[in-house]
Design a protein around this ligand. Sequence first.
Ligand SMILES: CC(C)(COP(=O)(O)OP(=O)(O)OC[C@H]1O[C@@H](n2cnc3c(N)ncnc32)[C@H](O)[C@@H]1OP(=O)(O)O)[C@@H](O)C(=O)NCCC(=O)NCCS
Length: 180
Amino acid sequence: MVSATESSDGLRIRPARKSDLGILVDFMARLAMHVAGGAPRTLRRAERKRLRELLAAALEDQDRLVVVAALPEVGPVGMAYIYVWRSQGIWEQLDDLELKSGVIDDVWVEPDYRKLGIFRAMLAELLAFAEQHDVQELILEYSLSNREAEATWSRLGFQPTGVRAAAFTANVRKAISAGQ
Ligand SMILES: CC(C)(COP(=O)(O)OP(=O)(O)OC[C@H]1O[C@@H](n2cnc3c(N)ncnc32)[C@H](O)[C@@H]1OP(=O)(O)O)[C@@H](O)C(=O)NCCC(=O)NCCS
């Protein structure tokens, strides 16, 4: 059970509730736009509904936690999400083992409230949740072009462990053909 925490400046980190779903979908849309770049856009109705349902399901799931950062007089200014990902050990030589990772996703703090320690405070709650679930490792993805995410994660103890590569099929076709 995750309870709310409140700091001296009134910042409150609490589990999300149904009444937050609208603003949380807005945050997720802003995050997607932040990652994609370009001109402001509006989410399609069907996508809004999908995200809303996804978040609503997460609120009911013991293995998932969505936290909201809220300020007095302002309301929600940030969100963060973690879920427990379970996998089984694969080596015959080792005992049965369930491996658990905490996957962090959908992290957003409103631009006017950044660099004030709000995400650090939300991460403390995600971490406590992970520890309660015997999760030893936290994992997440961010795009290489997202400099503030890179700076934040490295400041908070995360290090890149892999690279996700992408290519247009036309470029792969060209590269294959060039090697023949
Ligand atoms: C990334 C993000 C969530 C950080 O939120 P935040 O509330 O500003 O972060 P905090 O103030 O708690 O900072 C945590 C640490 O990261 C550092 N940090 C945060 N933003 C930084 C930046 N732009 N450049 C350098 N360091 C930064 C802080 O200095 C702090 O370290 P310190 O306390 O040792 O000084 C926020 O910038 C954001 O919402 N960005 C857009 C969405 C996004 O990129 N999400 C992550 C996708 S994976």
